[in-house]
Design a protein around this ligand. Structure first.
Ligand code: 13P
Length: 252
């Protein structure tokens, strides 16, 4: 059975102190509500990783970085390597988020290096894809997402591909309050699963966790998560309040 994953992406929000409080609050609520069958992930800024790992019950909550360097180590001032992320106790890394692609110029070439280093260091990438509004309006979203996958994670060996999760986040739905309709989200995730099946086989496709992200909240999560191909969510704004995030975690 493929994993259900609900991952928060805190983006560039919270001080360490605020982040630790938030993580503890999520942990407490998750423990009380007896969350099961869902992998709960907190995607924190680099600075918070070790403190958040220390503050939570890691049997209940995993921690993710939001990026890692494209080089293993060396003279790359300001970069944080996959090995460094792993050494904090984090288990996941979000890669290829549209904000990184758009504001920091991440290309498929850079992402291939990051994914390879993440995997080599035992991190699980949550690999993001998704189209801009103009592409959706031109009804070219399938071809666009296909290319994003073909240029990157579809080049992995089947063994490596089987270790990662994918998040589809249409850019027009991120932070806008506009969620993709349940039908649009399900349709795209089913399409991605079909691409995986063609490339790596049906068994691999059936085991790959594919998440939806973009204005997902406690209200719309139950309907989204009830879809056959939606294996959870990557959550921005609603992951910054413990109660809102818990409402999504318990949507299954
Ligand atoms: P929102 O949930 O704030 O729309 O953000 C989604 C996102 O970008 C998660 O990575």
């Amino acid at each position: 059975m493929r994993k259900k994953i609900v991952a928060g992406n805190w983006k560039c929000n919270t001080t360490i102190q605020e982040g630790v409080e938030l993580a503890k609050a999520v942990n407490e609520l998750a423990a009380k509500s007896g969350v099961k069958n869902v992998v709960v992930v907190l995607g924190t800024p680099f600075t918070h990783l070790a403190s958040v790992v220390a503050a939570v019950d890691t049997n209940l909550i995993d921690v993710a970085a939001q990026n890692c360097a494209a080089e293993a180590k060396g003279a790359y001032t300001g970069e944080v390597s996959a090995a460094m992320v792993k050494s904090t106790g984090a288990e996941y890394v979000i890669l290829g988020h549209s904000e990184r692609r758009e504001y920091y110029g991440e290309t498929s070439e850079t992402l291939n290096k990051k994914v390879a280093l993440a995997l080599a260091n035992g991190l699980t990438p949550i690999y993001c894809c998704g189209e801009a509004l103009s592409i959706r309006e031109a009804n070219e979203q399938n071809a666009y997402v296909k290319t994003q996958l073909e240029e990157t994670i579809f080049n992995l060996s089947v063994e490596d591909f089987s270790k990662l999760a994918i998040a589809y986040e249409p850019i027009w739905a991120i932070g806008t309050g506009v969620t993709a309709s349940t039908a649009q989200a399900q349709e795209m995730l089913a399409y991605i699963r079909g691409l995986i099946s063609n490339k790596f086989g049906k068994a691999v496709a059936e085991e790959t966790s594919i998440l939806y992200g973009g204005s997902c909240n406690a209200k719309n999560a139950p309907e989204l998560f009830a879809q056959p191909d939606i294996d959870g969510g990557l959550i921005g704004g609603a992951s910054l309040k413990a109660e809102d995030f818990l409402g999504i975690i318990t949507a299954y």
